[in-house]
Write a protein that binds this ligand. Structure first.
Ligand SMILES: [Fe+2]
Length: 380
């Protein structure tokens, strides 16, 4: 088992879910809300987590109502329950939606409802310790300050700003994730890394972490998709997700995530799928601003460069390598997701209003964004 620290400390290693109870107790908690979803609550990981908490004498308040793209009203329900039960800790077991929901519920523990008033607002009374255990390798939510939820008043995705207190990364917990979910959550991590490197505000620490994440995803995601029980691949992907999370928590993400958030809010398409689909064209566009950074991404994927390529050529080479990767792991096209070209390109103006759009490396016109959406539709 290994431990390292940044925004929130991490415990990493197979079987680490069994120390959750002890860790939660060390944080001074006695009554915790166990946040999860219907599917996860039936798995062994949930039983193991619960047992670990009960063994330490913890009282548990279950909240299994989290759904994908957690809506504000569901967070408010969780917040009401947390207040009524006077919980003094939160444990989240699940994917990005569960972890983000737990962070958002925590914002409500010592503050009035509804959650909407805290979206993008860091000013609120601190909540209780939150321990998160990811069951998918992708969001890196254990080390980011963001808790992304759906604002159903304005029909957009937005975020509370609340870090977790501790992340417990147990690769064994992720071995039952089906191939399709493994594929798109892994590509979410890749997108965090690739966008963090090419963002408007890059930094050296993020770049190191992001490049390592890209290496790991490129090498191990196809293995985990074809052989879910490969524990080495699961370990590497959890680390990749974690490193990419640290990378983008500092450097932030840009156009690909603006597109994914917008498509997610409008058509409820899985976040990681749209991130994956957007990425080749986002890299081509990014090369027009920072070809050197896009070349680093390609090199981390194993793409070789002669050294005399133009920015466009670098962009296209990396885009093609990403297309091959996502084909190999079975990411469906926009068309296969059931969206028409008009529906998809019609998102352009909303994409430019998304909070992540502020971090694009080069300002774009509406026509250019529409063109990029068109290329995403046509080139894959
Ligand atoms: Fe993401």
């Amino acid at each position: 088992m290994e431990r390292y620290a940044q925004l929130s400390p991490i415990i990493f290693g197979s079987g680490s879910i069994r120390v959750v109870g002890e860790e939660v107790k060390n944080l001074g908690c006695t009554k915790v809300m166990l946040v999860s979803d219907e599917t996860i609550s039936k798995l062994d990981a949930y039983k193991n987590c619960k047992k670990s908490l009960i063994d330490q004498g913890m009282e548990i308040v279950p909240f299994n109502k989290v759904v994908a793209d957690p809506p504000d009203y569901m967070i408010n329900q969780g917040g009401e329950l947390a207040k009524a039960e006077k919980i003094d800790g939160i444990v989240a077991l699940g994917g990005g939606s569960v972890m983000d929901a737990a962070k958002a519920i925590n914002v409500l523990v010592n503050n009035p409802l509804p959650v909407n008033q805290y979206l993008g607002n860091p000013v609120y009374n601190p909540g209780v310790p939150v321990v998160v255990i990811p069951t998918t390798a992708g969001t890196g939510s254990e080390v980011t300050i963001m808790g992304v939820i759906t604002d159903t008043v304005n029909h957009i995705k937005s975020a509370v700003l609340c870090p977790a207190t501790l992340g417990v990364l147990d690769p064994e917990v992720t071995i039952d994730v089906p191939p399709s979910v493994t594929a798109y959550t892994g590509m979410d991590a890749f997108a965090h890394a690739a966008e963090a490197i090419t963002t408007k505000f890059p930094n050296p620490k993020s770049e190191v972490l992001a490049l390592e994440a890209i290496k790991k995803v490129s090498s191990y995601l196809p293995i985990a998709v074809s052989d879910g029980k490969n524990i080495k691949a699961r370990e590497e992907l959890l680390l990749a997700s974690n490193f990419a999370g640290m990378a983008f928590n500092d450097a932030l993400v840009h156009l690909g995530h603006a597109i994914s958030h917008t498509a997610g809010a409008a058509f409820h398409k899985a976040h990681g799928i749209v991130c994956a689909l957007a990425l080749p064209e986002v890299m081509k566009y990014s090369a027009s601003a920072r070809a050197d950074k896009v070349q680093l991404i390609g090199a981390a994927m194993g793409v070789s460069f002669a050294g005399d390529e133009s920015s466009e050529e670098i962009g296209e080479k990396v885009a093609e390598a990403i297309r091959q990767l996502i084909k190999k792991i079975g990411i469906p096209s926009v068309n296969e997701l059931g969206l028409s070209k008009e529906e998809f390109t019609g998102l352009a103006s909303k994409v430019m209003e998304d909070v992540c759009y502020q971090y694009v490396p080069r300002e774009l016109s509406l026509e250019e964004v529409t063109g990029i959406l068109e290329a995403i539709y046509e080139n894959y």
